[in-house]
Design a protein around this ligand. Structure first.
Ligand code: 5GP
Ligand code: MN
Length: 347
């Protein structure tokens, strides 16, 4: 049953649970720059979470929030939990505070999820999130059903880091918070080149630079920087790639054996899909890599109007119109066979 909360609606999500308040682009958020300040006021212990296999935006937004709260509320007990991510992100302030497992018997007054579109994307931390009596979400995924009590979900925004910036008091954003948010924006825009890079994105990036952020350190040090093995597996993925559906789709498969040969984990595959995406004539790029659990992680990018989020949704995944993913059971070749007919309908 839909219920109105001011300018935002409270709707029912696909799982049949009543969704909380969702502020979307068109909604006016009262006292927006104090959104986070007003929410955390009465919480003494706060859990901060991002999505599984955290990318630059997940790490940048959660650590950005952590640093903002640490700077401005030194008495609050903050806990940040994330899965494994690229070693390049170790340059961020307080990165050494990130836990990869929940502390035993921990409980929290409030939990805040950033860049996380659904409950299952919280992975092993989902239960801890839902045990917190107050739950907030800051996100930019169009598929977010509003699993938190209060969500700000702006699907046009470049990144969760950009959405988060607008919910913070800019005067109280320190250099170290700025570095985290800048990194998140850089990664989710592919260094300011994806179509989600708006005037507001550049303006916010400019304000963050004014705070002293070194753009070359973040862009070269975390986006373009690759280890030897990462470059090797990139080369392998490019060699493995084939053109499908009249050359409109490029698909690359990475087998378990190849992942092992280059000692690669999913973290080492960052950037491969972007290289596939720029292949001439291709509207959709697909990377399928076999995990250790008998399934495949699928990444998809669209460089036309094709909606890869709709394809991913049919396999239980999601994401954005131009960047989406899912996990599909089977060997890479089988997964490719399952995916291609669905991709064909998206072209
Ligand atoms: P990537 O291909 O870089 O892993 O993910 C691209 C986008 O799709 C990201 O916004 C990510 O959050 C989303 N995404 C990737 N895999 C999944 C998945 O298994 N489920 C959902 N819901 N979203 C995914
Ligand atoms: Mn993101």
């Amino acid at each position: 049953m839909a219920e109105e909360y001011g300018t935002t609606s409270c709707t029912e999500n696909t799982a049949g649970e009543t969704a909380g308040i969702i502020y979307r682009e068109t909604d006016v958020i009262p006292d927006r720059i104090h959104f986070i300040d007003n929410r955390v006021k009465d919480a003494s212990s706060i859990l901060i979470l991002g999505h599984v296999r955290p990318d630059g935006d997940a790490v940048g937004s959660t650590l950005g929030l952590y640093n903002y709260l640490k700077d401005n509320y030194p008495d609050k007990k903050l806990t940040i939990c994330l899965g494994n991510y690229s070693a390049d992100f170790k340059m961020l302030s307080c990165e050494d505070q990130v836990l990869h497992e929940l502390p035993k018997n921990a409980s929290f007054d409030m939990a805040i999820a950033c860049d996380t579109s659904s409950r299952d994307r919280l992975g092993d931390f989902a239960d801890a999130y839902f045990q917190a009596p107050r739950r907030i979400c800051v996100d930019h995924h169009v598929t977010n059903p509003g699993y938190a009590q209060e969500s700000v979900v702006e699907a046009e925004a470049s990144s969760a880091s950009e959405v988060l910036y607008t919910l913070l008091d800019p005067e109280r954003i320190s250099l170290r918070t700025a570095e985290c948010l800048y990194l998140g924006i850089v990664h989710d825009t592919g260094v300011f080149k994806h179509s989600t890079t708006h005037k507001s994105t550049m303006e916010i990036a400019g304000i963050l630079l004014e705070k002293g952020v070194s753009s070359s350190q973040i862009i070269d040090g975390t986006f373009y920087h690759k280890t030897y093995n990462q470059n090797q597996i990139l080369g392998q993925a490019l060699i493995n790639a084939t053109l499908e559906l009249d050359g409109k789709v490029i698909v690359s498969l990475l087998s378990r054996e190849e992942m092992d040969r280059y000692h690669a984990t999913s973290v080492d595959l960052d950037g491969i899909i972007d290289q596939l995406r720029v292949t001439e004539g291709c509207e959709i790029a697909v990377l399928i890599n076999e995990s250790m659990y008998g399934d495949c992680k699928v990444s998809m990018r669209s460089s036309s109007t094709a909606n890869v989020s709709a394809v991913a949704s049919q396999f239980g995944g999601g994401g954005h119109v131009k960047a989406a993913g899912c996990t599909v059971h089977g060997k890479a070749e089988e997964v490719k066979k399952k995916l291609l007919p669905v991709i064909a309908t998206a072209l």
